[in-house]
Design a protein around this ligand. Structure first.
Ligand code: 2BA
Length: 109
C-alpha cells in the first residue's frame, strides 16, 4: 500500500475529492498553510494500493491547475537600502505537489 500526500490549492480541492470519490478512492482532507506564501492550502491523504497510484496521479494532474500569485518580499526596514525597492514578484503555485510514500501497515478497527 502507498500513501499519496498531495498539497493542492483550495480552489482545486473539492473537484479533486469528487473525482477521487467517483472512483471509490478514499481521501482525508486537511487544512494546511504554505510556508512561503503563508496562505491556506489543502493537504490530502490518499491511501491506495500500489496499482492505483498511477490513476491517482492522473486524476491529480487533471483536476489541479497552476495559478500565479504575487508576493511582495518583506525585507526588514533596517536592511532596506531604499524602502520603495521591494517589488512584488510573481510565483507559480501548483497544480499540485505530491509525495508517494510506502505504508508499513494499514488497519481499521
Ligand atoms: P508555499 O510554501 O506557500 O509556496 C507557494 C509557491 O511559492 C510554490 O508553489 C513555489 O512556486 C513558490 N515558492 C516556494 N518557496 C519559494 C522560495 N523559497 N522562493 C521562491 N518561490 C518559492 P509550489 O511549488 O507549487 O508549492 C505549493 C505548496 O506546496 C507550497 O506552498 C507548500 O505548502 C507545498 N510544498 C511545496 N514544496 C514542498 C516540499 N518540498 N515539502 C513540503 N511542502 C511543499
Amino acid at each position: 500500500m502507498k500513501l499519496v500526500i498531495a498539497i493542492v490549492q483550495d480552489a482545486d480541492a473539492n473537484g479533486l475529492i469528487r473525482a477521487l470519490g467517483a472512483e471509490r478512492i478514499e481521501v482525508t482532507k486537511l487544512a494546511s498553510t504554505g510556508g512561503f506564501l503563508r496562505e491556506g492550502n489543502t493537504t490530502l491523504l490518499i491511501g491506495v494500493t500500489e496499482d492505483n497510484v498511477a490513476r491517482v496521479k492522473e486524476i491529480i494532474s487533471e483536476k489541479c491547475r497552476s495559478r500565479k500569485r504575487f508576493v511582495t518580499p518583506t525585507v526588514p526596514v533596517a536592511e532596506q537600502p531604499e524602502p520603495m525597492l521591494a517589488q512584488p514578484m510573481e510565483v507559480p503555485v501548483g497544480g499540485a505537489v505530491a509525495f508517494v510514500v510506502g505504508v508499513e501497515e494499514f488497519f481499521k478497527v
